[in-house]
Design a protein around this ligand. Structure first.
Ligand code: TRP
Length: 423
């Protein structure tokens, strides 16, 4: 924890919605005068975020918990460096490499996400400074039900925490709580050739899938993703293969901006964990297990009940050979073996020996039970977190303050370099 009182932070964010109309009108007349946050004296500008304007920040009443104190702490933590200045690290206390990842608040993670990514996250946070964002702004390129989006935003955050991401070690926040994402996105869009956007695989796929709603957001989606990454001077971005092209675009934008002005953004690299297997569909084992598969029997989700997990494995497609053995000619069995192997640490040879002479029924039962046991503690913690909304929202509010402090520094630099008037 960075010593911020959860009530304080909550009230800051609560105030965004709760500012009274006369107060809002007054604030609109003098945008950067700063409003007093409900119970804590933090300041909000009328844009709805903690003012970064230096006059607003230098007024009394901030105490040791305001954004300024967060800036100071950020600076101290980095050995007095201006951490957002690319390549400007002093010899003292080199900072940990920074990891940023965005997770859409749509659909529950699958066993594939768990084995391939989520399981590695807790380990990652000891080695790196990790920032995880629930990217609700990305989610609205496809129409979302408002209540469901709100609920799933909390659920996604809860699942990240339940999976072992510690709010003490890492930053977890909701993208729309840090306005700098949308702000930088606009600037970066002016540094991104139109043709680069129209040739993105995901744009082509999604616009083919939703021909009735090919909106601008679908096209500019990768620019917002570039803003997410570049705002935090990110070194490493854990991504699946499907996001590689988007990361490449972010690198191109960074390079263009750095070239036109001066080094501003750290050049991000993809981070592909060495461990972890690719989990295939339980029904069509030649295909990757996908969050959005219409056939629920093909997908095991992190929040599935033990009964559902057992049922899905029981129905998993195998072959008529009846022998637990890995091979290209046995994609179904090989997939089950690789799930079992990743979760138990056993090799294919171990597994073949263990199930020698036993049927698929018994093998499937063992795999399912291993998955149930691996997911149980996460599911329990997830339920506990969702029942404690005060805590969960407090973590997100604190995350937004910490992320916002870093993001605003980068944004301020960008605004200055491009020549936006600063008062
Ligand atoms: N586009 C990513 C996905 O669909 C989500 C995402 C948004 C992201 N912003 C990001 C991933 C920044 C990594 C870094 O999976």
């Amino acid at each position: 924890m960075i010593g911020l009182c959860a009530r304080h932070i909550l009230s800051v964010y609560g105030a965004v919605q709760k500012i009274s109309r006369p107060a809002r009108r007054k604030a609109q007349k003098s945008p950067c005068a700063g409003l007093r946050g409900v119970a804590c004296g933090a300041r909000l500008c009328y844009h709805g975020y903690i003012a970064s304007h230096k006059n607003a920040l230098s007024r009394p009443g901030q105490g040791g918990t305001g954004p300024r104190a967060v800036f100071r702490r950020e600076k101290r933590r980095n050995g007095g460096n201006d951490m957002s200045e690319a390549g400007a690290q002093s010899a003292a206390a080199p900072r940990k490499k920074r990891v940023f990842s965005g997770i859409q608040p749509t659909g529950v993670f699958t066993l594939g996400n768990y084995v391939g990514a989520v399981r590695n996250w807790p380990k990652l946070q000891d080695e790196y400074e990790c920032i995880y964002s629930v990217v609700d702004e990305h989610a609205i390129t496809v129409r979302q039900d408002p209540a469901a989006l709100r609920r799933q935003t909390r659920e996604t955050a809860a699942l990240l925490l339940a999976s072992g991401i510690s709010p003490e070690k890492s930053v977890v926040f909701v993208q729309s709580h840090v306005p700098a994402h949308a702000q930088l996105s606009w600037v970066l869009s002016c540094f991104c050739p139109f043709g680069d956007l129209t040739r993105m695989h995901q744009f082509k796929e999604k616009s083919a899938k939703h021909p009735e709603d090919i909106n601008g957001g679908l096209l500019t989606y990768p620019i917002l993703m570039a803003a997410d990454i570049l705002l935090y001077q990110t070194d490493l971005v854990p991504i699946g293969i499907d996001q590689k092209q988007h990361l490449e675009l972010a690198r191109n934008i960074a390079q263009r901006f750095n070239g036109v002005y001066s080094p501003t953004f750290t050049m991000p690299d993809g981070y592909i964990p060495q461990v972890g297997a690719k989990v295939m569909s339980l029904q069509e084992p030649e295909k990757k297990m996908s969050k959005s598969d219409a056939n629920e029997n093909a997908v095991v989700r992190m929040l599935d009940t033990p009964d559902a997990i057992l049922r899905k494995f029981k129905r998993a497609v195998t072959d008529s050979d009846g022998c637990v053995r890995a091979g290209a000619d046995k994609p179904g069995v090989t997939n089950l073996m690789s799930i079992y192997g990743v979760l138990t640490g056993k090799s294919f040879a171990d597994i073949e020996r263990e199930f020698d002479g036993r049927g698929y029924g018994e093998f499937k039962q063992a795999v399912a039970q291993t998955v149930v046991d691996a997911l149980r503690p996460i599911q329990q913690e997830y339920a506990r977190l969702l029942a404690d909304r005060g805590y969960l929202d407090g973590v997100l509010a604190e995350g937004a303050v910490r992320a916002g402090a870093i993001a605003r520094r980068t944004l301020a630099k960008v605004y200055k370099k491009i020549g936006f008037l600063q008062l």
